[in-house]
Ligand binder design. Sequence first.
Ligand SMILES: CC(C)(COP(=O)(O)OP(=O)(O)OC[C@H]1O[C@@H](n2cnc3c(N)ncnc32)[C@H](O)[C@@H]1OP(=O)(O)O)[C@@H](O)C(=O)NCCC(=O)NCCS
Length: 176
Amino acid sequence: MTIELTRPTADLFDSWAEAVAEFGDGHVDGSGLQAPVTPDRETLDELIERSTQLADTTVTPPDDLVHNDLYWIVDDGEVVGFLSFRHDLNDYLREVGGHIGYSVRESRRRRGYASAALRLGLERAREIGLERVLVTCDDDNVGSYRTIEGAAGVLQDVRDQSARGHAMVRRYWITL
Ligand SMILES: CC(C)(COP(=O)(O)OP(=O)(O)OC[C@H]1O[C@@H](n2cnc3c(N)ncnc32)[C@H](O)[C@@H]1OP(=O)(O)O)[C@@H](O)C(=O)NCCC(=O)NCCS
């Protein structure tokens, strides 16, 4: 496995569309998209424009948004998943979303992609000078908390986030 984190690009349109379609109507964590998604060219063009703007640290992000590096997890030219790295935390991210969110397409799970992608995301966080990173997941999301614990995440707490539309959420800190 030789995975890399790649910025959204029209060159991988077919593979991206296939990966997104695999999630059906479900939310695609770390993809920068709000479900339900129609993975067509227009959606991708808009995603590329928006993600390029949010990655530009010379421009203040609009509203309550923070600077964000959006990546596709790519293995040998195939989009196998998604990872989003937020440079800062706003109220929602501090409570629920964390610095890094990710997902792997169902047909590619249990092969180490999330673990490898998280390691690369942490390298990027170190690069921009963060000393620790918040990563969260639902309390019953075994695959995600094992991924986080495998990256030396230390559990801070598990809290009821039903007021924000989530169930019990675990918050982990990873020291860089
Ligand atoms: C969570 C998710 C990203 C894991 O991706 P993945 O590529 O399958 O994860 P990995 O192969 O790197 O596995 C990481 C660890 O989790 C374990 N794991 C993964 N899926 C698991 C599952 N369904 N049940 C139990 N353990 C699981 C692996 O065995 C591995 O543990 P180990 O390192 O102790 O051996 C993937 O299941 C997914 O996309 N889920 C839907 C979206 C989501 O929940 N995103 C996270 C939001 S916080």
